[in-house]
Design a protein around this ligand. Structure first.
Ligand code: PAF
Length: 284
């Protein structure tokens, strides 16, 4: 597997693949790879001849006081993991390579409306940073396919909207969330949890499961379900930021809805965790 840091070398390699009529899949990451990322690589391999993984901790998507400085940077271990996973190329650009004039005054790509709720409401500017860097990566790599985890459900929806609005010639593939045996969604931020907090963390998924069971059981009083779930989170030691029942496109669901996504963000012992669960009832 080749490791490339410069966009010129990246373009030369991708152009060579293109001349051979090979399809290219991109897996954008911020590194510190875990099993969830490796599943993205697996899916990418099913979609294309070549799999390119980017590792870049993007300062634009971190707010003031967030964990940009302490975000784990583990390029050597990531390289080993990607060799084992059979990736073809690791693109790990420097900050200068991505933002030659610096990150602050860079041209941004902003998706309206869908970015203003949930994560967007709690992390102002976060999605502008995500769409700006993802658009930049798409311009650099020009992939046929790009794979994103469904754990970041809203991010996936925002990227799909950007691609549709900008008519970008790339197919977006969502990959199901990878979970630990006790249900906790895998995330690089889980390693910030103390052993005591880690033991409590599966409570997040348990609350989502309970909401899912209530929806499947026929409850449609969404605000009451949300209030009860928020109380259960507090009871479990979390400081919830939101728990929302939405339609699959993040719209407010109708009482007659048959499919939903339940999204949650909560702080546990100083670590912010997010998760979500898709729920559907028989359409018949
Ligand atoms: O999901 C992530 O790891 C990041 O938001 C992404 C898509 C790599 C953009 O920096």
């Amino acid at each position: 597997m080749e490791v490339i840091h410069a966009v010129s070398a990246l373009r030369a390699q991708v152009n060579q693949w293109r001349r051979q009529h090979q399809r290219v899949a991109l897996v954008p990451t911020m590194g510190n790879l875990h099993e969830g990322h490796l599943q993205l690589v697996d899916v990418a391999r099913q979609q294309a001849d070549r799999v390119l993984v980017s590792v870049f901790v993007n300062p634009l998507q971190f707010g003031p006081g967030e964990d940009f400085d302490r975000y784990p940077r583990t390029l050597a271990a990531d390289t080993e993991a990607l060799i084992m996973a059979g990736a073809d190329l690791l693109y790990a650009p420097t900050l200068r390579e991505m933002y030659p004039r610096g990150a602050a005054p860079v041209t941004q790509v902003c998706v309206p409306e869908i970015t203003e709720t949930l994560e967007g409401a709690h992390r102002p500017g976060h999605f502008d940073g995500v769409t700006t860097v993802v658009s930049l990566l798409f311009h650099q790599v020009q992939p046929d396919v790009a794979c994103f985890g469904q754990k970041d459900y809203q991010q996936l929806a925002v990227v799909r909207r950007m691609v549709a609005d900008q008519q970008m010639p790339v197919t977006i593939v969502g990959v199901p969330t990878c979970r630990a045996e006790d249900g906790l969604a895998l995330s690089s931020r889980n390693q910030y949890l103390s052993p005591q907090a880690r033991a409590r963390a599966p409570g997040l998924k348990q609350v989502l499961d309970r909401v899912a069971a209530q929806l499947r059981g026929g409850r449609r009083d969404y605000p009451a379900i949300e209030t009860e779930a928020l109380a259960a989170l507090v009871e479990g030691g979390f400081a919830p930021q939101y728990l929302a029942i939405r339609g699959p496109d993040l719209e407010t669901p109708a009482v007659a809805a048959r499919a939903w996504v339940v999204l949650v963000a909560a702080v546990l012992d100083g670590t912010r965790l997010i998760d979500n669960l898709e729920v559907a009832v028989d359409m018949g």
